[in-house]
Design a protein around this ligand. Structure first.
Ligand code: NAP
Length: 277
């Protein structure tokens, strides 16, 4: 997806994947910085660790408490810092600037893939891990009406609920299944990745017909049992591919300071994730 986007922008860049042990993350970031990489993406389990490892946190990384994108910036003689892609020659002094593009991607995916505007929604959110927490906080910041937080480890849902109550007190928070209808069920658990996984909803507590739409952050398989059940019940559904795409598109915009070629990136992602031409 990134290399297709980079090529479409006519940039002479290359995006590579590396496996890094969490214990060596600081060295990996420092090494990339010393070698004048333009930027990095980080995924689980590095997003939280990197908060303490970058030189500067963007508002997005501070607000959502995680870094998934780093941009390296060089220092000019007059003290200004600008992204490395602007430098014809590598500068001596380089800093790392941490961003978060995941939270905005969730909202964009709900808007573009399900036609949902977050304001006023009642949401049943399954999962309070890294992605679930970000989704819950971002939805709350977008003025949803009510959120029902369900997580296997209840303490994590309690913590996320408390964070919402303190930062966005107008949002109603419940740690039980909804007694009535909701607008959206959002699966942010890893249940559904494997065919043998249990259904992520306690069906004695909530019947799928009581929501209008279902978003599953999982994108492989393309249709989880949850999404299939929802589709067969006539609901609007979308998988997590859009979320993956939009966080990547935003990262490319941060590095390049140009609009990302989203449709080119989508095509590449579809081809790479699901195969085919
Ligand atoms: P995480 O921090 O490890 O959280 C995993 C979540 O799944 C937790 O809520 C966990 O509950 C729950 N869970 C795991 N096994 C379970 C089980 N057997 N029964 C009930 N609940 C279980 O992972 P994450 O980064 O938040 O990712 C969560 C999901 O979102 C994954 O499927 C991931 O692939 C997907 N995701 C998609 C995108 C995208 O771009 N589309 C981005 C990020 C994540 P406990 O708290 O009780 O462990």
């Amino acid at each position: 997806m990134q290399n297709a986007g980079i090529a479409a922008l006519g940039l002479n860049w290359c995006y590579l994947a590396f496996d890094v042990y969490p214990e060596r993350l600081r060295e990996a970031i420092d090494g990339a910085q010393a070698m004048h990489y333009l930027g990095l993406n980080l995924t689980v389990p590095h997003k939280l660790l990197a908060l303490d490892m970058v030189d500067l946190l963007d508002e997005s990384a501070r607000t959502w408490g995680a870094v998934n994108t780093i941009r390296f910036e060089g220092k000019h003689a007059d003290g200004r810092w600008t992204p490395l892609h602007q430098w014809p020659e590598a500068p001596l002094h380089v800093r790392s600037h941490g961003f978060n593009t995941d939270a905005d991607a969730i909202i964009r995916a709900l808007r573009e893939d399900l036609g949902l505007e977050p304001g006023g929604l009642r949401v049943l959110l399954l999962g309070a891990g890294g992605a679930g927490r970000t989704a819950a906080l971002k939805l709350a910041s977008e003025n949803i009406k009510e959120i029902f937080l369900i997580n296997r480890t209840r303490d994590k849902a309690v913590a996320v609920g408390n964070e919402i109550k303190s930062k966005w007190p107008s949002v109603k928070v419940s740690l039980e299944y909804p007694p009535g209808d909701v607008d959206l069920v959002l699966n942010a658990t890893s249940l559904g990745l494997k065919e043998a996984d249990p259904f992520p909803i306690e069906v004695t507590q909530f019947e799928i017909r009581r929501t209008k739409a279902v978003y599953d952050m999982i994108y492989r398989p393309a249709e989880t049992v949850l999404l299939k059940t929802a589709r067969q019940a006539g609901l609007r559904t979308a998988n997590g591919l859009g979320m993956l795409l939009y966080q990547g598109a935003k990262a490319l915009e941060i590095w390049s300071e140009q609009p990302a070629p989203v449709e080119v990136m989508r095509e590449a992602l579809l081809k790479n994730v699901y195969g085919g031409d």
